[in-house]
Design a protein around this ligand. Sequence first.
Ligand code: ATP
Length: 267
Amino acid sequence: APPPPAYDVERQDLRLSDVGGLTEVKKRLNASFLAPLRNEELRKLYGKSLRGGLLLYGPPGCGKTFLAKAIAGELGAAFLHVSLADVLDMYIGKSEQNVKELFEIARSSAPCVLFFDELDAIGMRRSQMRGSSQRGTVNQLLEELDGVGSENEGVYVLGATNHPWDVDPALRRPGRLDRTLLVLPPDQAAREAILTTHLRSRPVERIDVRRMAKLTDGYSGADLAHICESAAEIALMDSVETGNVRMITMADMEAALRDVRPSIGPW
Ligand code: ATP
């Protein structure tokens, strides 16, 4: 059977305002990435090129992918999500070709955010590199990255990793993924914002979001999304059982909380 595709193109309607917390990160993103992209006159004035991309790093489940999608949404760009580990694993001997194809797809879908997840995979693979095929992939990626901002007009490259120290330093040189954003676990205010986001379009009744945020130190954004999901499921199952449609309550949230373990250790 042919390998499943390692990527898919989506349109995004997420916005930065949908991202909970991360106030400083969003501010920096606006000032150093989005604003210059949007303002050609200022860019020209300061001689700022469109070269290079962003590297998002931080613990799992804290919103790197979510943030990348919101950036695509803000730019009105397509979102091409690529797991670099998959590209390297699935296309043994073919990944060089595949990297080329990815950038072609991105160019033909421009404006397009090309999002490389698990960017450290290429660093790790490099140390256990067998022969020249992996080196070819790295070099292909570097070559394509160097075209961003010139021939890759309208292609915005973002990378993400949980292990920034494993990312190949060649990928980090000026003009490549040269700007970094640390995406930290949500603090209490951020957790409150994230919980609010995930409950917004659900039927809820007197949920004390502030208290939930207090109780969830060490929980990632993904964990919090999971808690809201589970609470909704409890209420849904109840409604099916009793034939009586009811709201999601604080008791459901607390029950869900007992079942979801916090996934963030020390970082
Ligand atoms: P990984 O390193 O595991 O890929 P990640 O940092 O890319 O993790 P996301 O996939 O962005 O994490 O987050 C998982 C889910 O958690 C999101 O789809 C979203 O529902 C929720 N989430 C995480 N962080 C936030 C946030 N800051 N605001 C709103 N939702 C969030």
